[in-house]
Write a protein that binds this ligand. Structure first.
Ligand code: ADP
Ligand code: MG
Length: 358
């Protein structure tokens, strides 16, 4: 037998801890893009541009025109649990920003090489800094890890190179650049549809035409048309649950749902809770069930929902990725959405049989 009995407990080296933790948040380039997009939105950006090489595996760059980062903060930028968004644990209840854990940039810097160029309003020039494993690191041609002055516009450009270069198992599992690219595009499309005052674009290195380019001036319906085609918008109806409809303080819902006449290949289901793109199996199941009462089996639908509730009713701190959130009164809320959806679908059903009769 091995000498298991002889082994003693020792704390893990911090870089090992950080690398393990990074794996939880950054599984693939898409997760990095989500974190970086949300940071750009938190910084008040109105324009976000993403550039990708090999589906983000080789290079992933995101440029924003947000507030920028203070020079003095650069040493802490990629340090784990360092954030400008949260001070006390209690504040988490009221959190309005996407971020609060101060873990995203740290995680990314533990599995990739990160370069940041940032300029705040009123700064005379931008600063560029390079990070590896959570810390400022030297980069050619300078032999110092101190941030270097450079030219730049207001905002922040974050470049993530060679993701998982130091996690061979993960890198080997992600060989299909096209799949990674498709996921990132998908994610950006959802944020673009939801974020009213922000323009989004995504491009591959070397291509002149952007894969998506959605101006903040477009309406939600126009954005959906750009992304999913004319067919998708043809049968969309507004779903609205005004505040006070159900007995959950401040709850209201807005969205667009396809009527029974929708005919596309696959279903699209997009939910934002307090502006955060989330996954909710319970809600998805309830929607599936409601549609199945009006559509033939396996028929597809389009659902985009934006739910708003008091921040303290949503537990965003359920998983480091913040993708899965828990919310209070989920039965009441899901019930109200299903009822409203059924009502809208019933109306189209009746209208249809009416036009068929006449
Ligand atoms: P969190 O978002 O949870 O605070 P991050 O690791 O994502 O943690 O980011 C750390 C900090 O870096 C943020 O709190 C913010 O102050 C700053 N930051 C990150 N990205 C940007 C950006 N695009 N523009 C301005 N500040 C940024
Ligand atoms: Mg963040």
């Amino acid at each position: 037998k091995d000498d298991y009995q002889l082994r003693r407990i020792k704390p893990l080296d911090p870089t090992v801890v950080n690398k393990i933790a990074a794996g939880e948040i950054i599984e693939r380039p898409e997760n990095a893009v989500k974190e970086l997009l949300e940071n750009a939105l938190d910084a008040g950006s109105t324009s976000i541009e993403v550039l990708l090489k090999d589906g983000g595996l080789k290079l992933l760059q995101i440029s924003d025109n947000g507030a920028g980062i203070h020079y003095d903060d650069l040493p802490y930028l990629c340090q784990r649990f360092s954030t400008s968004k949260l001070e006390k644990f209690e504040d988490l209840q009221q959190i309005q920003t996407f971020g609060f854990r101060g873990e995203a940039l740290a995680s990314i810097s533990h599995v990739a090489k990160v370069t940041i160029t940032t300029k705040r309003e009123g700064d005379l020039h931008a600063w560029r800094a390079f990070y590896v494993d959570g810390k400022l690191a030297p980069t050619a041609p300078h032999n110092t890890s101190a941030p270097q002055p450079c030219a730049g516009k207001q905002g922040t450009v974050i470049t993530v190179e060679d993701i998982f270069y130091n996690v061979p198992g993960r890198k080997a599992a992600l060989k299909h650049a096209n799949e990674e690219y498709r996921r990132i595009l998908n994610l950006m499309q959802k944020y673009a549809i939801h974020s009213e005052k922000v323009s989004f674009s995504c491009k591959k290195v070397g291509e002149t035409v952007a894969s998506i380019s959605l101006s903040s001036r477009l309406s939600i319906k126009d954005k959906i048309r750009h992304v999913f085609g004319t067919l998708a918008v043809k049968h969309l109806k507004a779903l609205k649950i005004p505040e006070g409809t159900i007995n959950v303080e401040s709850f209201h819902a807005d969205g667009l749902i396809s009527s029974a006449d929708y005919e596309d290949k696959k279903s699209i289901f997009i939910v934002f809770i307090n502006n955060r793109l989330v996954e909710s199996i319970e809600l998805k199941n309830a929607i599936d069930e409601t549609y199945s009462k009006f559509l033939h089996k396996g028929a597809s639908y389009f659902v985009y929902l934006s739910l708003s509730m008091k921040p303290e009713q949503v537990d965003v701190n359920f998983h480091p990725s913040k993708r899965i959130v828990h919310f209070l009164y989920d039965h009441e809320i899901i019930g109200a959405i299903s009822d409203k959806l059924a009502e809208l679908l019933k109306n189209t059903d009746e209208q249809r049989s009416f036009t068929m009769q006449t």
